[in-house]
Design a protein around this ligand. Structure first.
Ligand SMILES: Nc1ncnc2c1ncn2[C@@H]1O[C@H](COP(=O)(O)OP(=O)(O)OP(=O)(O)O)[C@@H](O)[C@H]1O
Ligand SMILES: [Mg+2]
Length: 482
């Protein structure tokens, strides 16, 4: 690099990445924005090179632009900044622009553009759809450039769920290359297989010695935050974060057998006399969720099976017709060892499926032969439903909650802890997030409510190695991920 700016070890690690996508950071102050500004300079000697650095809004971009004025002016004195275009022009002809995502004319602002380098700062402020749109602009602007994308972020925000899943945080050891394969059909109908590589490089403020030297009090500032925010911003925990609705949710594989202080458990055989409740939230372009809940004599509940109509990309439905969904539900009830041969499975669903304004309702269609999937209308009252989820999740002193999930119910286990509060209706869940399995659960629990219970979860042990930094995860693995 230059004498003006030297990468710190983690920044150097991400600067050396060759993958198509690299996500960097995970906590506050890790040197993410500085890194992104320097990465963007990598190809400025190529005349047709175009780079872009993105944030959600212009006010947020201002501090990035300010920092670029300091760094770029020193590193390349001949570069010129055009404040109207928010673009740096370099002597070779190359350029680096700063762009926002939030604007009424977002799609038309970005239409037709090409950027060899796409840098997204604070990527969890974006929805997956916004990010994927930006990614579609990450294409060659001319010959000889390398086309790639880099993202930085802290935990939390509307994009927390997709960012965490896309970069394997919590599921794949950090610094492991992940490969995805997808099929794309061209206008002539020919199918091409596209392979992409991705990696997550974690960094916290402890990796930014410059900041700790210049501002030793910064650590104390982060340490004084409320626990969820502190764990996220200081230690880079992606499991608890500010704005998380069901922060009491625990998934502890060490206790899948005894079921203590964990909501996720190993499956077991359901006694024949237990009631089975089937609950459903309908979707088409967004996923449908159907859950089967076994209820014991004490109203203790077990989510034993799920059916989720998604493409494998978070919050994207696979457009399965509702009659086909009914057929699938029928098939599951005829084959699942805990469901087949049951006389009564009671169905409660999203009230919207009873709407007859466009002729026959979805519920009527699903009830027809040969599937006979019968629904009653669920209680759509959002706040009491949310409170029922809290009451059921609460652990007693022995570590027993009133609801647990068989480990195969992957989508409710994935999406429930990722729900965040709505920015305007601050007590409620943000319904623009992936809340379909939660909605189905709400209808189910409102159908068999319990009295309020407070959570007796003991204070969690302080984070020892939240980012698995001590894991030796440098191996390359291959798997299909969204
Ligand atoms: N390699 C470096 N050399 C000198 N200073 C650096 C370096 N990396 C980061 N810094 C400085 O450390 C401070 C924090 O860095 P930066 O703003 O890039 O972190 P961040 O991870 O983006 O923080 P936040 O989470 O607050 O957005 C800034 O003052 C930045 O200039
Ligand atoms: Mg930053």
């Amino acid at each position: 690099m230059s004498d003006i700016w030297r990468p710190q070890p983690k920044q150097e690690m991400v600067l050396r990445c060759w993958q198509d996508e690299a996500a960097y950071g995970g906590a506050a102050g890790g040197g993410k924005t500085d890194y992104l500004l320097m990465e963007a300079l990598d190809q400025i000697d190529i005349p047709n090179y175009k780079g872009v650095i993105v944030r959600k809004t212009y006010p947020q971009l201002k501090e990035v632009i300010e920092r670029s004025r300091v760094l770029y002016k020193q590193i390349c004195p001949a570069a010129r900044y055009n404040g109207t275009e928010h673009t740096w022009h370099f002597p070779s002809g190359a350029s680096i622009s700063f762009k926002q995502v939030r604007s009424a004319s977002f799609a038309s602002d970005w239409q037709g553009l090409s950027f060899d380098f796409l840098g997204v700062d604070e990527a969890t402020h974006l929805t997956l759809q916004e990010f994927l749109y930006l990614l579609s602009r990450n294409r060659p602007s001319g010959p000889n450039t390398k086309v790639y994308c880099r993202l930085t972020s802290n935990p939390g925000g509307i994009g927390h769920g997709w960012f965490k899943a896309r970069y394997g945080i919590g599921t794949v050891p950090p610094m492991t290359t992940m490969w995805t394969k997808s099929k794309v059909t061209d206008p002539n109908g020919k199918t091409h297989e596209v392979v992409r590589s991705k990696i997550f490089i974690p960094a916290t403020v402890f990796d930014n010695q410059e900041l700790l030297n210049n501002n030793p009090g910064y650590l104390a500032t982060l340490d004084q935050l409320p626990q969820a925010e502190r764990d996220a911003l200081l230690y880079g925990s992606w499991d608890s974060f500010s704005g998380q609705v069901f922060s009491e949710f625990r998934d502890d594989p060490n206790h899948y057998d005894d079921g203590k202080f964990t909501h996720v458990i190993n499956p077991f055989e359901i006694p024949p006399h237990w009631k089975i409740l089937r609950c459903y939230d309908f979707g088409y372009t967004r996923p449908s969720a159907c859950l089967w809940i076994a209820v014991n004599e004490e109203k203790r509940k077990y989510v034993i099976r799920e059916f989720y109509t998604w493409t494998g990309t978070p919050d994207v439905g696979n457009k399965m017709h509702h009659v086909d969904q009914a057929a699938k539900i029928h098939e599951i009830e005829s084959t699942d060892p805990n469901l087949k041969n049951r006389n009564i499975i009671d169905g409660v669903a999203d009230p919207a499926i009873f709407d007859k304004s466009r002729g026959i309702s979805i519920a009527d269609d699903m009830a027809k032969a040969p599937n006979y999937i019968i629904w009653r209308s669920g209680d759509h009252n959002r706040m009491p439903g949310k409170m029922q989820v809290h009451y059921h999740l609460a652990f007693d002193e022995d570590g027993d909650p009133m609801i647990q999930f068989f480990k195969g119910c992957k989508n409710i286990i994935r999406t429930l802890p990722e729900l965040i509060y709505d920015e305007t209706n601050v007590e409620d869940v943000d319904s623009s997030t992936e809340d379909h399995a939660y909605d189905a659960l709400r209808y189910g629990l409102m159908d068999d409510p319990i009295t309020p219970r407070a959570n007796k979860l003991p204070e969690m042990p302080k984070y020892g190695d939240p980012l698995h930094l001590r894991d030796d995860g440098k191996n390359v693995i291959r798997f299909n991920h969204f």
